[in-house]
Design a binder for this molecule. Structure first.
Ligand code: SF4
Length: 276
């Protein structure tokens, strides 16, 4: 996915390149460098492999929804939540993860959002990178990665792309826009809309729909992000020592929550070595 010769874009890359408006102060390009340029270095790889409790909860929640719809009778059975918890091997997780995922399963059991929908796609969440979509336009070329959680059709045949969330983070409209770009290639016969649903807070987002002209301009923006990122990767490949110029650090309080703070020389929270 990070081959310098082949431009790609995804919502994840977009979020690493540009912050949402209110998060400008905390945005650090160096994180993109660690994640997308140095991800194969053993130290970086090890840090990336450490799933946080929130990531684990997100993954188990998605798997829980998937399992409910693959054992649909459990949505009607009084011990359905316990049965899904067993399938997920929830007892192997920490207390916090168990409690929050159990609550998510209960929420879904009480309000199974997808029940009765014509589901076209429902992923487990651990499938890895999806197959890229090749976007070959007269003025640009890039691969688009869009890992959709769920796709179904509404009664009027509109295609609905639904993204499941957990935790408290706000919905980022850009993720829905990437899905809508992907839908125009994967499901060209449909009118598509997208939305988010927080399984923990039982909160739906507004329905997101955009015109063809808006989609064209978003696609163009993604092509620019892909090109800029590819150039950065090429520069880094040519001169590794320019890492901090290509991916400039923005240290601050937010370094506390950065997974790379133990190896980043600019981190304000990195433990200092005492001189001998
Ligand atoms: S530790 Fe701070 S400066 Fe370093 S990559 Fe993370 S956020 Fe950026």
């Amino acid at each position: 996915m990070s081959t310098p010769d082949s431009p790609f874009a995804s919502y994840h890359l977009w979020s690493l390149v540009a912050p949402v408006a209110e998060q400008q102060r905390w945005h650090c390009q160096m994180r993109r460098g660690f994640i997308k340029a140095r991800q194969h270095e053993p130290q970086v790889k090890a840090l990336l492999a450490k799933a946080t409790a929130s990531q684990r909860i997100g993954l188990l929640a998605q798997k829980g929804v998937y399992e409910f719809h693959h054992h649909r009778h459990l949505l009607k059975q009084s011990d359905g939540v316990e049965k899904i918890a067993q399938i997920l091997k929830l007892s192997n997780s920490s207390d916090e993860v168990q409690q929050r995922v159990l609550q998510i399963l209960k929420n879904y059991y009480n309000n199974p959002l997808l029940l009765g929908k014509r589901i076209i796609l429902l992923t487990r969440g651990d499938e890895g990178f999806p197959k890229p979509i090749l976007i070959d336009h007269e003025h640009y070329y890039f691969r688009l990665y869009a890992a959709m959680d769920c796709v179904f059709t509404e009664s009027d045949s509109t295609l609905h792309i639904l993204d499941f969330k957990t935790g408290k983070s706000a919905f980022d409209r850009r993720q829905a826009l990437v899905y809508l770009i992907a839908a125009r290639y994967l499901y060209p016969a449909y009118q598509a809309i997208a939305s988010f649903y927080n399984l923990e807070l039982c909160k739906k987002s507004e329905l997101i729909r955009v015109t063809k002209t808006e989609l064209d301009s978003i696609e163009f923006e993604l092509a620019n992000i892909a090109r800029k990122h590819q150039q950065d990767l090429q520069k880094y490949q040519q001169t590794n020592s320019d890492f901090s110029e290509i991916f400039p650090p923005n240290p601050g309080y937010h370094c506390r929550f950065c997974p790379f703070n133990s190896i980043c020389e600019f981190s304000v929270v990195r433990p200092r070595l005492t001189p001998i």
